[in-house]
Ligand binder design. Structure first.
Ligand code: MSP
Length: 520
């Protein structure tokens, strides 16, 4: 039998100068959903997240907080771990770039680049934006207030003149373009792929990869006056976590290059241009795919600490609940587009999709079973065409969801699942089991059994998105833990009639405005 297909999934590593906000959480939640989906689908998954702790920006933030950089990082990195717990992330590892395993990997990669002369010593005279930790050409800048110049991101730039090691990025222009053409799925979505290709087609300049003026970083091998440029350091985390430079170890052999890096659109250039160039130059394969999602906006601007408009994940979760927030973000905003958080759309998703559509389906079916079938799964009679149709729709949806999840189209996967929920609700209305109870109890048993089966599929397929709520739905049909995966979605694993069921309880309460509740 073929082994499980391996899947390596990464979030960006987060700068520890910032408090975790919902923009960070958005990325992490999307990755978590994907990781859980793939695991339930039988893939062997490694899901990585972590913190990016070096560089000038973090050094500055530590100074502003009156702490040594390491002490500062220890403290702030912890906030991201706490965010992960709050979000119920199923990550397999959490990497910090200040760990010894990471310095080892960075220095090894540096040597792989230095030996073939892909890195050389030169002098940089140009612009640098600390906020982006990025070098910019004069032509990319626009005038800002007070005679300052601004990077395309809006970050202020400063003039820097210093000896640097350079990576020969220029010579990788054509190989990168060839690579993008040969691997059409490497960059997604399509519009971002086009942007990257046109950026690279415009020509690439050699890239500074060390900083002699800052101390907070991984020392350059054999020239410790320099620390590595924080983006070379940061990108390497994806290899560190697999045990690089030991490329013979089982994790590395299994998971590289089976990687999907999910990143925000603002950091696509680093991932789509620099990272594959570093890897190709070091004789390593680039990751399989990079997906750039959009931004969560607040009042039309990207949420960020410096703009003072951040929403903390804890606030949203306290107000709406974790699973509804996970569902909302992935259902409401097509992954890849920018989106807004809005109370109105959140409430309409919670009360519509969750409470009315899914919650009500489970609640009414399970209460009918509880009341009318002695709280045990009824024995179905012969299935009619309409029963077969609902079961076939429930059994077919995995294929559609799988296709959409492979493309990171979370909203489409959910749309497909909700079509089955709508089918099931329609079936309840048409079959009217509450009428059958008197007129044809045998038929009622069949209808309720078919619905319980549909709920088994729906509950299992909802698990990656809402692990807790999906689990509670499956508890109510007494589905054993070992049967809660996609391999069990076939007809051969149908529910066993006669199984005793617990007393049903609502899984998705309606959202009630606090003032309405107080008045009521
Ligand atoms: N440290 C780098 C990443 C290195 S990866 C090798 C970095 N960190 S960051 O903390 O500034 O951003 C991390 C991620 O959060 C990025 O993908 C960024 O796009 C994302 N987001 C930050 N604010 C965001 C929103 N308001 N909305 C959506 N995502 C945003 O960049």
């Amino acid at each position: 039998m073929a082994g499980k297909r391996s899947f390596y999934l990464t979030t960006p590593i987060f700068y520890v100068n910032d408090v975790p906000h919902i923009g960070h959480a958005y990325n992490s939640m999307a990755c978590d959903v994907l990781a859980r989906f793939m695991r339930l689908d039988g893939r062997h998954v490694k899901f990585l997240t972590g913190t990016d702790e070096h560089g000038q920006k973090v050094e500055k933030a530590a100074r502003a907080a009156g702490l040594e950089p390491k002490a500062f990082c220890d403290k702030v990195s912890q906030n991201f771990r706490e965010m992960d717990r709050l979000l119920n992330l199923s990550n397999d590892d959490f990497i910090r770039t200040t760990e010894p395993r990471h310095a080892r990997a960075c220095q090894a990669l540096w040597r792989e680049l230095k030996a073939p002369d892909e890195i050389y010593l030169g002098t940089y005279a140009g612009w640098y934006a600390v906020r982006d930790e990025a070098f910019y050409a004069e032509s990319e800048l626009t005038p800002g207030p007070g005679g300052k110049k601004l990077a395309p991101s809006g970050a202020e730039v400063e003039w820097v003149e210093e000896p640097n090691y350079f990576f020969r990025l220029g010579k990788w222009q054509q190989p990168l373009l060839d690579y993008y053409r040969r691997h059409p799925d490497f960059l997604a979505p399509e519009n971002r792929r086009n942007e990257v290709m046109s950026f690279v087609s415009g020509g690439l300049r050699d890239l500074p990869v060390s900083r002699p003026t800052i101390k907070w970083g991984v020392p350059v091998p054999d020239d410790p006056k320099h620390v590595m440029y924080v983006w070379l350091d940061a990108l390497t985390n994806y290899l560190t976590a697999l045990g690089y430079p030991d490329t013979q170890n089982p994790e590395y052999s299994e998971f590289w290059p089976e990687a999907l890096h999910v990143v925000g659109k603002d950091i696509l250039r680093f991932h789509a241009v620099y990272w594959p160039a570093f890897l190709l130059a070091a004789g390593l394969e680039p990751p399989k795919r990079i997906f750039a999602h959009g931004w969560l906006l607040n009042r039309g601007e990207k949420m960020s600490k410096s703009l003072g408009n951040v929403v903390r994940p804890g606030e949203l979760i306290a107000q709406y609940g974790l699973d509804p927030v996970r569902y909302y973000l992935l259902r409401e905003i097509p992954f890849g587009s920018d989106g807004y958080l809005s109370h109105e759309t959140m409430v309409s998703r919670i009360n519509g999709d969750l409470a009315n559509d899914l919650g009500n389906l489970a609640q009414r079916v399970l209460s009918m079973i509880n009341r009318n079938c002695a709280a045990t799964l009824p024995e179905p009679g012969k299935l009619e065409a309409t029963d077969e149709r609902l079961l076939a729709a429930a059994e077919a949806v995995l294929g559609e969801m799988r296709k959409q999840m492979e493309a990171q189209a979370f909203h489409r996967a959910l749309e497909a699942l909700w079509r089955v929920i709508a089918d099931a609700n329609r079936y309840v209305d048409e079959q009217a089991p509450w009428v059958l109870r008197k007129s044809d109890p045998k038929r009622m048993a069949t209808v309720l059994y078919v619905l319980a089966e549909a709920i088994r599929h729906i509950g299992t397929l909802v698990l990656p998105f809402m692990p807790d709520s999906g689990g509670r739905i499956l508890d109510q049909i007494a589905l054993p833990a070992a049967a809660r995966d996609f391999a069990h979605l076939g007809a051969q694993f149908r529910l066993r009639p006669g199984t005793a069921l617990p007393k049903p309880e609502g899984v998705f309460p309606r959202y009630v405005e606090p003032e309405a509740e107080a008045a009521g």
